[in-house]
Design a protein around this ligand. Structure first.
Ligand code: HMG
Length: 440
């Protein structure tokens, strides 16, 4: 069967930067290390007043189409994943297609367009849909465009405010992909949860502490499900493990859970069996409190071991490099984590062709999904095309007062008319309701 996966990726970051330790922490009267060390974040990328989910998505998609030399006729499907949609009827993909049609010959008249929603996991679900469409042979040789785009904003004063971010990731899904091919095996952990939701409201209602526990519980279930169908399930089988990254501190917890979970049968059970004198059969221990205490103790010890630290430095830390400087992008977040890891590999001359990634997506409400990806021979060329470092360096560093103004502009409940802080060149901009134009 032909491989299907991600052929190319492009990233568009919001044009503004909110410095968390330097600007946000002093204004909030917090210790800067709460953000840099606790949450693992240094900055949020925020959208300028002329940016929204459509312009960010269209700019990422346009860059991808230009780099790959694509015309609209080469694309048979456009799916947008977002939890920041402003239209309950027309999918955001139609707005993005409308932008792109202003600058390319031809149109997307014969492309199937849609919008995927399940919080942050929707980006991965949109890739799944494209994968299935291609595998079913319905694509007529055409590729699918998946755009994950969000303005991840919280109400001011909400604990989530420090984790905000805005940006878009455009991905081309195709046969014989240049970047990564996707496994058919997947694991799911899914339950009806109410820790993070936005019922007809712009900013989420969040029980932050509970959301952390729900993330971990669903991730554990997804890993168990994945292990029931996959053959490679040991941490050392994967060169990197990109997780959904609402903030790097969350991934610190998820990585430990994942690592412990994946080595559990073979190593923890044996170690514990010796310690508490029982046979290494997990089901026999399920309700045994001494066993559960021993597991907790073992996990605490594990995170201090050289072996775990080395695995974390090699497999997790590289995937967090971009997130530290942009915050949570909701649907785009796990795809930024993958790009971050691959970018690190390129910059450090790592030979990862043919190696596997274990990709762990998550969306509130709540669902975790785990699958593996195989790095393809042309990955270096694809990743070398990313200009995300230049974008991050070019962001305008805003003051706290400017941040409040920008936040108000993007709050759909308030009418605010302010001048932009930056000036885009040859990009799509939002210049009024229903009009997406390219600023010359
Ligand atoms: P908080 O309650 O303000 O922070 O917000 P905290 O007091 O829990 O501190 C955070 C960490 O910093 C802790 O580390 C502190 O110890 C540490 P931990 O114990 O967790 O390892 N800390 C410090 N470290 C060094 N120096 C200091 C210092 N002070 C504290 N001085 C919370 C945290 C997560 C609740 C908040 O950010 C929040 O509500 N975020 C939004 C929800 C969220 O991101 N949840 C994550 C899981 S759900 C998810 O990922 C889905 C999501 O992406 C949405 C979707 O799917 O659509 C959000």
């Amino acid at each position: 069967m032909t491989d299907v996966g991600i052929d190319a990726i492009e990233i568009h970051a919001g044009k503004l930067k909110l410095d968390l330790p330097g600007t946000f922490a002093p204004a909030k009267g917090e210790d800067p290390e709460k953000y840099t060390k606790g949450l693992g974040l240094h900055a949020s990328s925020l959208p300028d007043v002329y940016e929204d989910i459509v312009t960010m998505g269209a700019n990422a998609a346009r860059k991808l189409m230009d780099r790959k030399g694509l015309e609209p006729a080469d694309i048979g499907r456009i799916d947008v994943a977002t939890e920041s949609a402003f239209d309950n009827s027309k999918p955001v993909s139609t707005y993005i297609a409308g932008c792109l049609e202003q600058v390319y010959e031809g149109d997307f008249r014969h492309a199937n367009k849609g919008e995927r929603k399940f919080a942050c996991v929707a980006g991965t679900q949109a890739i799944d849909d494209a994968y299935n469409w291609i595998r079913a042979g319905r694509n007529r040789g055409r590729a699918a465009l998946v755009v994950a785009t969000d303005t991840a904003l919280y109400a001011r004063g909400d604990a989530g405010e420090a984790t905000q971010g805005a940006g878009a990731v455009a991905m081309l899904i195709d046969e014989d992909p240049s970047l990564v091919s996707l496994s058919t095996e997947q694991g799911y952990g899914s339950m009806d949860e109410t820790d993070f939701l936005k019922p007809n409201q712009q900013f989420p209602s969040v029980d932050g502490k509970r959301s952390v526990q729900v993330y971990l519980a669903r991730m554990r279930e997804a890993l168990t499900d994945y292990e029931s169908v996959a053959t490679d399930t040991h941490p050392d089988d994967f060169v990197m493990v990109p997780f959904h990254t609402p903030f790097p501190g969350m991934v610190r917890k998820a990585a430990l859970l994942g690592y412990r979970h994946m080595i559990r049968d073979t190593e923890i059970e044996e170690a514990l069996a010796d310690e508490i004198g029982r046979q290494p059969r997990p089901e026999a221990f399920e309700d045994d409190e001494s066993y559960l205490d021993a597991i907790a103790e073992y996990t605490d010890k594990l995170k201090g071991t050289d072996r775990y630290r080395e695995w974390y430095a090699r497999s997790i830390d590289p995937t967090l490099e971009l997130a530290r400087h942009v915050g949570n992008w909701y649907t785009g977040s796990v795809h930024v984590a993958r790009a971050s890891g691959l970018k690190h590999a390129l910059e450090n001359d790592l030979d990862i062709t043919g190696k596997q990634l274990l990709v762990a997506s998550y969306g509130s409400g709540a669902q975790a999904e785990v699958h593996s990806e195989t790095v393809q021979p042309d990955w270096e060329e694809e990743i070398a095309g990313l200009d995300i470092d230049d974008q991050l360096a070019a962001r305008r560093d805003i003051t706290f007062e400017e941040y409040e103004t920008v936040h108000d502009v993007h709050n759909h409940d308030e009418e605010t008319d302010v001048d932009p802080f930056t000036s885009p060149e040859a990009e799509f901009v939002f210049d009024g309701w229903g009009r997406m134009g390219e600023r010359q």
